[in-house]
Ligand binder design. Sequence first.
Ligand code: NAD
Length: 596
Amino acid sequence: MESTAKEVKGRESELHVDSGSSVNGGVGDFYGEDSASVEHSVTPWTLSVASGYTLLRDPRHNKGLAFSEKERDIHYLRGLLPPVVVDQNLQEKKLMKNIRQYQFPLQKYMALTELQERNERLFYKLLIDNVEELLPIVYTPTVGEACQKYGSIFRRPQGLFISLKEKGKILEVLKNWPEKNIQVVVVTDGERILGLGDLGCQGMGIPVGKLSLYTALGGVRPSACLPVTIDVGTNNEKLLNDEFYIGLKQKRVTGKEYSDLLHEFLTAVKQNYGEKVLIQFEDFANHNAFELLAKYKKTHLVFNDDIQGTASVVLAGILAAVKSMGSSLADHTFLFHGAGEAGTGIAELIALYMSKQMNASMEESHKKIWLVDSKGLIVNSRMDSLQQFKKPWAHEHEPLNNLFDAIKTIKPTVLIGSSGVGRSFTREVIEAMSSINERPLIMALSNPTPQSECTAEEAYLSEAYTWSQGRAIFTSGSPFAPVEYGGNVFIPAQANNAYIFSGFGLGLVISGAIRVHDDMLLAASEALAGQVKEEDYKKGKIYPPFSVIREISARIAANVANKAYELGLGTRLPRPRDMVKCAESSMYSPTYRPYR
Ligand code: NAD
């Protein structure tokens, strides 16, 4: 908090007296650190009130050249800044111009990180006002490259690093974090960063980036966000042999040692920040991701974006597409290519929605959903060798070992790619879907772009439309440019998790929710699908434009919060009457505030 100059002066003189009595006395000793030799111990005094030089170096309060004449007088800034006073809009214009001049996305990433460390409000203003342009820099795909090179581009630590060295002391470590009122924690153990594999401690770029989006897209205050990386070692040989690697140089621990550390972490977070703190798991490897979610969902407010966020965003796209076809979800049959975190998470949520819609059992709904993994169609005869999370999808059917045969036999109306295998939706696959369906829904979700099932480039994408003769409703995990076919321009909408998670998190925060319930995910999907307008459908889009993400987030937050109260999981009382207004008004604004 800022305080008046008089208070600052008062504090300084107190400090002089203190330091004087404990060391040699006198004004000189207050600044004694510079003159002390290496043998002398000195006290690392800092002023807790931001003013003058300190104010300029405090990213939360710094405004750079936007400090007014009056503020410069009151806050001892005269001479510390050049004479010109500019407003925040001009600062933004200049920075965007600079950023656009960089040739490589990683340079832009570094410039934005540096801005975040220098002037937080300006960073968020840039991000909010230029969200479509900067999202791929702050998050995927550039954040992936940043994580790969984290060791060498690392300058100032961001977030909290909790390694095996902190075992038994995690509560104390949490207390070292400067903010006390945390609402959202995003945590990774770095084992499966995007599609890039084990990046160990360098995975920190992910929680940092994700939480920047929590603020920019969902309006959660930056001071309420805590990025965490749990370092249990890495199996990445390249990192282990890299002299600049910033993490523990040992193989990953597993089993009890791993789960004990995670348990200590989850217990400490709840103890320190309370029942209502949201803990979002991010980029954990398959086995741990499912296990952690299942283990802690009954005792903690936990959410896994890779599983639940993906499911909710994809279900939203399906609901919108189904509406545009004039059908209902129960009319459709789903075939997944890929049965991992994303695939089974989506399948589970579709089944839940369907069973609620049809008033049918989950077993009934499961029958409409089929999955193919690397060994072929998931069928009963494979039951013994299937991983636990795949078992519910094993149907009574003869084994089929490829996607094409599965399409021909099962005749799905919706084809969902979640295998990470690029170009697996070949021409014959798309044509088979188009021969069965008037309007096949094709979701090529695998990332990054070269892994996309239909295409690595625009040209292939246009083929996808060509193969279906413009009849396919198409969405992808990676962004693609618009495609022209038969005089129509199709805009392939991106099924981006960023549509959901920040609004979802805001909904949990404003309702004071203490647990995540699957019905809240359905509520988020419905809110997002409800934002798709007729004009979007005409362009072939099944998601709304990302440029209005804050409006979208407010509606998602409101639906999620209402559901939390309905389920008896919302604890913040009284329950707001107009939930959308409540969500909007609780969103962080990056505009500078005048300082007294
Ligand atoms: P995962 O590793 O958990 O699952 C991959 C699955 O694909 C496994 O079931 C595996 O058996 C299967 N598979 C591998 N090779 C195969 C093959 N040749 N044929 C058939 N199946 C095969 O990964 P995940 O987290 O589920 O992610 C999968 C993909 O989805 C990734 O590319 C990821 O980027 C993407 N994804 C997209 C979104 C989105 O669009 N919003 C969200 C999350 C994940």
